[in-house]
Design a protein around this ligand. Structure first.
Ligand SMILES: C[S@@+](CC[C@H](N)C(=O)[O-])C[C@H]1O[C@@H](n2cnc3c(N)ncnc32)[C@H](O)[C@@H]1O
Ligand code: SF4
Length: 351
């Protein structure tokens, strides 16, 4: 039986990072109790399979009281061995909070580490310093949560090649079993977009991708998706479900769900989400039913980013793309040069 995921979006942050375009607010965490109650009621009126993964994403799920997240988790029907992840900003954590998560069955924490270099964290406008991350890792491990992820970002203004190398080396030294390394992207409408002198440089980011890729592979991590590396047994089940076009439910504003080719998304902000659920109206803001061609294209586009690759038939044209690929059994898998150009290569996939 294929897996089933539940994604709950927690749209509150204490400060907005100026490169971030995710759906989140810095002035609405007073709504947290009502908001979580609405997520609970929204889930209760649906009819879902047992979840094999639950992901609390944000925003900053770790900003709100642990008891609220745990109240929501307790209402979700989950398999005994389900993967349960919370995205955390290191400075919002405490030993008690992590213990409360662990006692309720949370078994994976994803930390927004971004960098281990204080001046890079400052350039990114982050509120934590490296010691917050070290504490969080220690508390997680002593509470019995070993499945940890670090999100790290390359390409911030003022980050040298050596700064990036040190960040990757430190992440490896801490034996964090899953690492997501993202190229800083300039998102439209963000303050970063308006500040050209801080825009990342393509060549610098390509070099940094090579560094992270080489160092992590040497350290025994498997690059199972362009931006994701895991030690054996630590790949993120919830993400694997997304990439396999699996089904998942959406809780909370702006959350996306998927069921057998029907994609839907909830209304975009917390107040209407709460209002709609409380008046027993649908929380769905929009939906789209994919044609079989669209599903095939998306399946190929997602697989192209993974280590399992795509079938040779996924490329209908005669164009020679061999310099971007290596063999993966019968399939084609992007090599390092190809990974950096994945978006461009995906435009060649069969429609
Ligand atoms: C939306 S955040 C949620 C988790 C948490 N609030 C945090 O910031 O760590 C998830 C991840 O998205 C990444 N991210 C956000 N904006 C980005 C951007 N413009 N470019 C690259 N990565 C970005 C960050 O690495 C972040 O850890
Ligand atoms: S803390 Fe995370 S979700 Fe919040 S603004 Fe920063 S990157 Fe975005």
């Amino acid at each position: 039986m294929a897996g089933f995921g539940v994604y709950a979006h927690i749209p509150f942050c204490s400060k907005r990072c100026d490169y971030c375009a995710f759906v989140t607010w810095t002035d609405r965490s007073h709504l947290a109790v009502e908001y979580v109650d609405a997520c609970i009621a929204d889930y209760a009126r649906g009819s879902y399979r047992r979840a094999t993964s639950v992901f609390f994403g944000g925003g900053t799920p770790s900003l709100i009281d642990a008891s609220l997240l745990m109240k929501l988790l307790a209402t979700i029907d989950i398999e005994d061995d389900a993967e349960i992840t919370i995205e955390c900003n290191p400075e919002t954590l405490s030993e008690e909070k992590i213990r409360a998560y662990a006692e309720s069955g949370v078994n994976r924490l994803s930390f927004g580490v971004q960098s281990f270099m204080p001046h890079v964290l400052e350039s990114l406008g982050r509120e934590h310093n490296p010691s917050h991350v070290l504490d969080a890792i220690e508390w997680a491990r002593s509470a019995g949560i070993d499945s940890l992820n670090a999100d790290i970002i390359y390409g911030a203004a003022g980050e040298s090649i050596d700064d990036w190398r040190k960040t990757v080396e430190q992440t490896i030294a801490l034996e964090i079993p899953h690492i997501s390394a993202y190229a800083l992207t300039v998102e439209q409408g963000t303050p970063l977009a308006l500040d050209k002198k801080r825009h990342p440089n393509d060549d610098d980011q390509a070099t940094k991708y090579e560094i992270v890729s080489d160092l992590l592979e040497e350290a025994g991590y498997v690059n199972y998706e362009i931006s994701n590396w895991a030690k054996p047994g630590h790949a993120c089940e919830h993400n694997l479900l997304y990439w396999a076009q699996g089904d998942y439910a959406a809780l909370g504003c702006a959350a996306h769900g998927h069921e057998k080719g029907r994609r839907y998304w909830n209304v975009g902000s917390p107040e209407p989400y709460i209002e709609r659920v409380n008046s027993d109206e649908s929380s769905i803001g929009g939906e789209e039913v994919l044609t079989s061609e669209q599903r095939r294209f998306e399946a190929n586009e997602l697989s192209l980013r993974t280590r399992w690759g795509v079938s040779k038939d996924a490329f209908p044209n005669e164009e020679d793309l061999s310099e971007f690929f290596e063999a993966a059994g019968e399939n084609l898998r992007l090599n390092n040069r190809g990974k950096f150009l994945a978006g461009e290569i995906a435009t060649r996939l069969i429609r």
